[in-house]
Design a binder for this molecule. Structure first.
Ligand code: NAD
Ligand code: IPM
Ligand code: MN
Length: 349
């Protein structure tokens, strides 16, 4: 039997609630198929910080590095909680994992599943993937401030963009477009961010020349938000920078039936480091502890995880079970566990 070493970071808020259901589904999808998940649970996040003062130790990172894949729920406390100011869980934990494990592709598929409660009257067939750059841009942390506490305070966050970093994610996006509907849209803000945007555009143009079968277009990010609402069926693969991709994918989640359905993978395509799979959403402190979070995003993240590990049939069956569960929804509310049980039951059927 194949043994897969899986690091599980349930995290904070609804993280542990949705991860429990995702694990149920993972187990149901792989039971009796000669696949064994050797799981290590890592207690990481705001709760651990408040208890121990630790965010992500070198030992944690090294231990996680030794796994084949990572399943993450969500980390972070209530936005603005003063006790977490110095922890900066987002930078010190989540982004640290993405950077240290070189997750340069942040893969965020958006599909309007039949029956999903989307907000659009005439949505058309929404089925696109945002390939969000995961290791650069304004997320790098290349900034600083001076004269704090004076009226002349200055605060800078520099967006870091490298030719190497852009080219590798752009190549991934073109390859993906070729496996899909041969359409790629670069989203940036080249009219204002002329240096970074200009380099993104030049690299896309150069790589496009090697992929004559892929139709390429470009949208400024502000216009892209319009089309994501008015005409989302025009998109196939969107390639974009780290911050634009963050914003676009919450919007994409909203137009395809809610953030509770949006899955993602932080991929290291080279396979040098474990890739990490997580819902697009956060720890949702406003609904944590109530057992009402939708675990579908976490479940669909498990499908991305299985696919990444080459377990294509198992991945497809998880996606199908989640899709069927969505299609069967009748508007009555179900608990987190009821949804997880229902999806797992479809896999056992
Ligand atoms: P959020 O995604 O946690 O919540 C936004 C809204 O969506 C809330 O109303 C929430 O109830 C709802 N929601 C989210 N997931 C849901 C689900 N599965 N089912 C039903 N409703 C759901 O975003 P936020 O409030 O901006 O952030 C809360 C915390 O999470 C912050 O500390 C933030 O930094 C962190 N965060 C972490 C991750 C991550 O771990 N990957 C991602 C985003 C935000
Ligand atoms: C996401 C989150 C993270 C991001 C935060 C919590 C650092 O919003 O995964 O989309 O901005 O990437
Ligand atoms: Mn986000």
């Amino acid at each position: 039997p194949t043994t897969i070493r899986l690091a599980v970071i349930a995290g904070d808020g609804i993280g542990p609630e949705v991860v429990a259901e995702a694990e149920k589904v993972l187990d149901a999808a792989t039971a009796g198929r000669g696949i064994r998940f050797d799981k290590t649970r890592f207690s990481l996040g705001a709760a651990r910080y408040l208890e121990t003062g630790e965010t992500l130790t070198d030992e944690d990172l090294e231990a996680i590095r030794g796994h084949d894949a990572i399943l993450l729920g969500a980390v972070g406390g209530v936005p603005g909680d003063p006790r977490l100011k110095d922890a900066n869980i987002e930078r010190g934990l989540l982004l640290k994992l993405r950077f240290e494990l070189d997750h340069y592709v942040n893969l965020r598929p958006s599909k309007l599943y039949p029956g999903a409660p989307g907000p659009l009257a005439e949505p058309g067939a929404i089925d696109f993937v945002v390939v969000r750059e995961g290791t650069e841009g304004p997320y790098v942390g290349n900034g600083g401030s001076i004269r704090r506490g004076t009226p002349h305070e200055v605060a800078n966050e520099t967006s870091v963009n490298t030719a190497f970093g852009i080219e590798r994610v752009v190549r991934y996006a073109f390859d993906l477009a070729e496996r899909r509907r041969n359409k790629l849209t670069l989203v940036h803000k080249t009219n204002v961010l002329v240096h970074a945007g200009g380099m993104w555009q030049r690299i896309v143009d150069a790589v496009a020349a090697e992929h004559p079968g892929v139709a390429v277009d470009y949208l400024h990010v502000d216009a892209a938000t319009i089309f994501l609402v008015t005409n989302p069926d025009r998109f196939d693969v969107i390639v974009t920078d780290n911050l634009f991709g963050d914003i676009l994918t919450d919007l994409a989640g909203a137009v395809t039936g809610g953030i509770g359905l949006a899955a993602s993978g932080n991929i290291n395509p080279d396979g040098a480091f474990p890739s990490m799979f997580e819902p697009v959403h956060g720890s949702a402190p406003d609904i944590a502890g109530q057992g009402i979070a939708d675990p579908t995003a976490a479940i669909l993240s498990v499908a991305l995880l299985l696919d990444h590990l080459g377990l294509r049939d198992e991945a497809a069956s998880v996606t199908r079970a989640a899709e069927d569960d969505i299609a069967a929804r009748d508007g009555s509310s179900r608990s987190t566990a009821q949804i997880g049980d229902a999806v797992a039951a479809r896999l056992q059927a």
